[in-house]
Structures are given as C-alpha cells and as structure tokens.
Design a protein around this ligand. Structure first.
Ligand SMILES: Cc1cc2nc3c(=O)[nH]c(=O)nc-3n(C[C@H](O)[C@H](O)[C@H](O)COP(=O)(O)OP(=O)(O)OC[C@H]3O[C@@H](n4cnc5c(N)ncnc54)[C@H](O)[C@@H]3O)c2cc1C
Length: 491
C-alpha cells in the first residue's frame, strides 16, 4: 500500500510531437533517476501526431504537414537517433537544392551563397536576376551601416528594411517567412523568430561580415570533426562508421509520422488515451492536480504538462489562472493548407528545377509556395510520377477553403505558373489555427506566463507555441520540461 501511494503520476495533455516527446522523456528520465512514475497522455483526436501526418496514395508518400526537419538544430535528429530510427534518416536531394522566387510572373533562382537572406558570395549575387541594381546596392550597404543603438524587439520587416532594404524584404523576407512560418514579417518578432540576426548585428554590426565569419568557423569545425573521425576517435571502439546523412534538411524514409508512431509505440497503449479532450484543470480535495475531460470523470495527477496549442491551453487554464489564459489567448495563430498533386512525368512540360518556389504576396497568387516533392526527396513516388506540394495562402481571420476548393486552387495555380495539366489526383489538408505566430513582444509574454505558472508547481507548458515553433525546438522544450519535472517530483 505504502509503495503504491509513493508512485507519482504525471498527465501530459496533447499528443503532438511536443506532448509525445515530453511523455516519453518522462518515462526515460524517471528510470534514470530511479523514480516510480505513472505517465498518461491524453489526446483529443483519434490519432497522435497533431500536425505531423503521413499518408500513402498510389505508392506515393504524402506529408500532410511538416515534410522535413532542419538538422542544424540538433534536437529533432537527436530524438530520431535516441528512438533507434537513425537508419530511417533520409537526406534531401541536394544535387538540386535551388529555391526560386516568382517575381512578375517569372521564376528567378535565389543566388548561390544566400544564407538566411544574407548574400555571402559576390558573383552569384551581382549576376542574380531577382534583384535590381539599386536593390543589390542597398543590400550591400549592410557592410557599412552602423548597428542599431537600442537592443529591444522589432518586427522582422523593420529589421530587414533597416539592414538590407525593402527589395530584400519584398522579394526574399516576406515570401520565405510566409512559406516557412506562414508568418507576416510586419508583425513577427525578430527576437523570437530570428534571434541570430539581432545577435549578429550587435556582435559584428554587419550581417554579411558576421555570416562570412560564421561560415568560416563552421567550415573549420567540420574539418576538425572529419579529421577526428578519420583518426578513429569518432567511433570509440573501432566499430564501422555509421553513415548518417546530414543535409541541411532531413526526413524519414517512411515519412515523419514514423517519428510520432515510434513514440506512441514506446509509450504503449496503457499510457496513451485517444479521444480524450481535456477541458479544464484545478486542484482536487487532496491538493493534487485534477484534470477534467469532455467525457468521463476527472483524473488526478502530481504534475501536468499542457502540450496543446496556446489557444486551447488558454481555455484549459481559464478558471485556474485567468490572467495566464488571457495572455495565451492573445497569441495569434494562423491557418494553413497543403495540397499534394500527382502528375504523369511525361505530362510535365518543364524539367523540375530545384526544391521549389516561394511566391511573394505582391504576385497576388492563392498559393504562397510550391515544392517539387520528387526532386527534393528520394523515393516518394514511382519513377513515372511527379509529385508537387502547394501551400495555399489563408489570410488571417479567413476560413480555410474546403478540400475540393483547395484542390482546385492548387491545380489552377500550377497550370497558370508552370503550364502543368490537370493532375492525376490531388490530396488537400486543412490546418486550422495550427501555426503560432511569434509577434513582437512574444518573448516578454512567454516570460510573464512562465513566471505566473511558477507559482503553480507541477504545472508546465510545452509544445511549439513558446520557445520555437518547428519540430526541433518543440522536441527540445518537451524533453527539457519532462526532465525538470522528474527532478522536481523526486525532490
Ligand atoms: C502545414 C504545416 C507544415 C509544417 N512544416 C514544418 C516543417 O517542415 N518542419 C518543421 O520543423 N516544422 C513544421 N511545422 C511545424 C510543426 O508541425 C510543429 O512545430 C509541431 O508539429 C508542433 O507540435 P506540437 O506538439 O506543439 O503541436 P500539435 O502538433 O498542434 O499538437 C497538439 C496536439 O494537441 C491535441 N489537442 C488539442 N486540443 C486538445 C485538448 N483539449 N485535449 C487533448 N488534446 C488536445 C491536438 O489534437 C494535437 O494532437 C509545420 C506545421 C504545419 C501546420
């Protein structure tokens, strides 16, 4: 009896990658720290994974949400390795890594050497068809412009205009952040989305000089690492060196859903409950946390991790912490939609060039980006099939179009832009309020929220809403919070 009462119980709410990574880390860290811990994950939907979903149609692999993980941020790849999935890691096809920008109806390649909006190679930049001469001159002015005197947050739009000029914003900044974050640079916080930019400016004044210095340092580090591996110190016991592909973006051979499926397998049915929508949280009569659900009785726990989107977390916390709920409600989310379309290779009139194209707002297109899936990734479709994926623009506050409408929009735009015929088939996915927007003041808001929650020990937030919205940061935060909780519970 006594030992049973000592078993601590943690509930994780939300079975996206953030909640799953947290739940699995809880079980692993508890083992490491010798703590008896019961972990339970409550997920509202009838599947885990949240935005991560892989489907198969006609021997084609479709990513409904994320399609790759940036490998420079190590936490996504680290989780894949920790789960024993390293053999599944797949590189992108970097033989043709070009990105294009649609400008005045024409496709322009991004110049070679352009890293995070910053040109680092002279000739490709000077000869780039995308920028006008005044635009190029204005970008190069970054080399001599002084750094900003104040260090507070500002919008990404203001930052890019200030350092690189409005052409860099209109032709690069806006379409790239719309394509990647579904974001609007005129509201996005530079401190929360591209903190490296601020750091580069503050430390080295010019982004171009800072980027060049960083590239040199990275090259030296790579050379050192390669030399160490060649000398045998990288493998430890002389075991054969495992070849892990490390392109800038990586994925999993059978799709990213394999990552969440493996986490779910590791957790097991006894810890994972689908179809359990959490509606609130409070204190039970014994002082433990009490989680209420749309169906079934409340559940008690010693600690709770809320890994739901911020607008859902706001409703869950509405009675317990109305101030925090109000802050969370003010975090904007935008909706998005993806459409994957299949074409017979022989029907595609132009040769698939590069990974894809981003489309500035000024082009007045209904899609904001498209990817040549079968160029970017290996083994996604039979050899006679070309797969394309479009991101459909959903302006803030507007409803996501129906799946039929999305398919029509994507097919029509690809016909207009590339001259593609009707697709063999198309699959559309609607992502309602799925992408958190880190607007100016985001960092300060998250600090206030976390300071208020520090008064409620055992209640923590995870997920992509707070400290980085991509998979690597979401994994990092989930695992960190889990480790911290186990340490607290043990104490
Ligand atoms: C279209 C799209 C493309 C993207 N592309 C990339 C990419 O290429 N690379 C990348 O790194 N990132 C990408 N992202 C971002 C990435 O998907 C997210 O960073 C990550 O999936 C967020 O995980 P999460 O666990 O925080 O949230 P979610 O995945 O949103 O999971 C939240 C979970 O909570 C559940 N839930 C909601 N309400 C309740 C409730 N009341 N009770 C219980 N459970 C509830 C939901 O059903 C869901 O399963 C993309 C996102 C989208 C939408």
């Amino acid at each position: 009896m006594e030992s049973a009462s000592q078993v601590k119980r943690v509930i994780v709410v939300g079975g996206g990658i953030g909640g799953l990574a947290a739940a699995w880390e809880l079980t692993e860290e508890a083992k490491r720290q010798g703590l008896e811990l019961e972990v339970r994950l409550l997920e509202a939907a009838d599947r885990v994974g949240g935005s991560i979903r892989t489907d198969r149609v006609d021997d084609c692999l479709i990513e409904a949400g994320p399609d790759c993980i940036v490998s420079e941020k190590p936490w996504g790849v680290q989780l894949i390795e920790d789960l024993g999935l390293a053999d599944q890691l797949a590189p992108t096809n970097d033989a043709d890594r070009r990105t294009y920008v649609l400008w005045k109806g024409k496709l322009h390649p991004l110049p070679d050497g352009l890293i995070l909006l910053v040109p680092t190679k002279v000739t490709p930049f000077i000869t780039a068809s995308l920028f006008s001469w005044p635009g190029k001159f204005r970008m190069a002015l970054d080399l001599v412009l002084p750094k900003r005197k104040t260090t507070g947050d500002e919008t990404l739009g203001d930052f890019i205009r200030r350092r690189l000029g409005h052409e860099a914003l209109d032709k690069l900044g806006e379409p790239l952040v719309a394509g990647i974050h579904s974001g609007d640079p005129e509201t996005m916080s530079v401190a929360s989305t591209f903190p490296r930019f601020l750091q580069m400016e503050q430390e080295e004044r010019s982004l171009i000089l800072a980027m060049l210095r960083r590239m040199r340092a990275a090259r030296r580090a790579r050379e050192r690492a390669a030399a160490e591996i060649d000398a045998g110190s990288g493998t430890g016991s002389g075991a054969p060196r495992r070849q892990i592909p490390r392109t800038m973006f990586v994925t999993l051979r059978s799709g990213l859903e394999e990552l969440v499926a493996e986490l779910a397998r590791r957790l097991g049915d006894e810890r994972l409950e689908l179809g359990q929508k959490v509606t609130g949280i409070g204190r039970g009569p014994d002082g433990r946390w009490e989680v209420t659900k749309a169906e079934g009785g409340p559940e008690q726990a010693d600690a709770v991790i809320l890994a739901t989107p911020a607008h859902v977390t706001a409703e869950i916390l509405a009675c317990l912490a109305p101030g925090v709920a109000e802050e969370l409600r003010e975090m904007p989310y935008v909706s998005s939609a993806t459409v994957t379309l299949a074409y017979r290779r022989e029907d595609v009139p132009i040769s698939p060039g590069g990974f894809g194209t981003v489309i500035p707002k000024g082009e007045a297109r209904r899609i904001k980006a498209f990817t040549w899936v079968t160029t970017k990734f290996f083994e996604r479709a039979p050899a006679d099939t070309v797969l394309m994926r479009c991101f459909v623009r959903v302006p803030p506050g507007e409803n996501v179009p129906s799946q039929d409408e999305l398919r029509r929009i994507a097919a029509r735009e690809l016909t207009d832009i590339l001259g593609l015929p009707e697709p063999l088939w198309a699959r559309a996915y609607r992502w309602e309020r799925a992408m958190p927007q880190y607007v100016v003041g985001h960092g300060a808001r998250v600090e206030r929220v976390e300071a208020a929650l520090a008064e409620l020990p055992g209640l923590v937030l995870a997920g992509g809403a707070y400290h980085g919205s991509g998979i690597p940061d979401t994994v990092r935060v989930g695992r960190e919070r889990a480790r911290e909780l186990v340490t607290q519970l043990r104490a």
